[in-house]
Design a protein around this ligand. Sequence first.
Ligand code: MV4
Length: 504
Amino acid sequence: MFSKVLIANRGEIAVRIIRACRELGMETVAVYSEADRQALHVRYADEAYLLGPSPSRESYLRGDKIITIAQKSGAGAIHPGYGFLAERADFAEACMEAGLAFIGPKPSSIAAMGDKAVARATVTRAGVPVVPGTEGEGSLADEDLLHLAPHIGFPLLIKATAGGGGKGMREVTNLEEMPALLISARREAEAAFGDGNVYLEKLLEGARHIEFQILADLHSNVIHLGERECSLQRRHQKLLEETPSPFVGDDQELRKRMGEVAVRAAQAVGYENAGTIEFLVDKDKNFFFLEMNTRLQVEHPVTEMVTGVDIVKEQIRIARGRQLRYSQENILMNGWAIECRINAEDPYNNFLPSTGRITHSLLPTGPGVRVDTGVYPGFEISPYYDSLISKLIVWGETRAEAVLRMRRALEEYKIVGVRTNVPFHQSLMDSHRFMGGQFDTRFVEERFSIGAIEEGKSTRPEIAAIIATLVAHEQTQRAAHIIQRNERDTSNWKWLSRWERLQR
Ligand code: MV4
């Protein structure tokens, strides 16, 4: 049985996994690229090995090198984190062949869920509802798809079977425009995944994106840890996640039904370890399986905050053959958690990635605040990887308390040297619709404008009124004084000069 884990990842998630290993008394091995010589995960691990040049293809995607390093260092297991090699069935297989435990699901589960058409067919057989669309696992020619489309009805979506994350997805409003869209969808899918296969689904408009966290051990025990609301996205990148979903709210009956269906979907592929079932939920609370993510997810901390389960430690215990420490009845959701993804990008310039050295930073702390970060002052943000630099997670007894706590934490958070999307999140916290929990997957792109709120310093009294309403609605006086919130300058530059004066 392994007691040393190689973490095949970087950034905040590598640090998160190292922490879980440390708490379990396990040794850790980091791997890093040239751009990451000074990275936090390298400093936190017991040992660290250089993989190669900065581009992912030559470093974090080099499964062969990673397996060799694991063997050389005496690690008995590999945790892939998310992204990179996490959902590559061939890598999971290669680990097993090399005598290493892959801390994740079986290769066959990854493969079955990785092909979205196979996943649809597999869960359908298990009685899980899917969005109406093409059936079966085989690839369909354009001719067949054009014939099936009117039976499914418009508007519909062309989706890549190898896809996920919206790549190769096209909205089709009528049959006439469909041939051209099929060509461009296939071309995009071929370029992104080396597989131009597509399928069709009816477009669900105004739906919410709600996912369930699954844990499954090697002894056929499968449970869910409740849902996460993930509708706030921009270009298929999630920006904020929360649990419970304001849409599910206190409808325990809906949560129970969705949770049971999520468990059934996981069981359909003999799932082991941590995974996530994504659903689309329409305004009438009809829900449909969308896809399964066969990995630990970025947003797992919100679930940890309300359930008290350390998902990463549970993943490691599962891989060691232990029984789940919880049964479904033991899982209770307490309070509310929200996560803001802090990205090094400019929200005032089309979210353009921002690179450079972080010269100063001050992290929010205090009651109910958690920051999972992969950076520190002095670290240089390179252009090679995604722009996520940290995750700000807050917990509150109620949604109102969590929102107010997030506003407070965002105000405390100071990052100097790169631009971040902190102002975007601050605007979001000021938005009526967010406060009211009234948003769907189109909200950020179609209805939300950071500029509108930025100009509107005069909206403060209005915001105060919303908070007051929210607080009154939850029948608590707790945070009532916040409505007299000062007009404070939150500019990082002012803060920096103040900080520098104090240093002298
Ligand atoms: C959908 C959908 C509506 N109807 N499928 C987006 C990425 C991938 N995980 C699946 N996604 C969606 N699939 C049907 N049949 C809505 C989404 C979707 C979405 C679509 C456009 C813009 C933003 C979105 C955010 C979340 C989900």
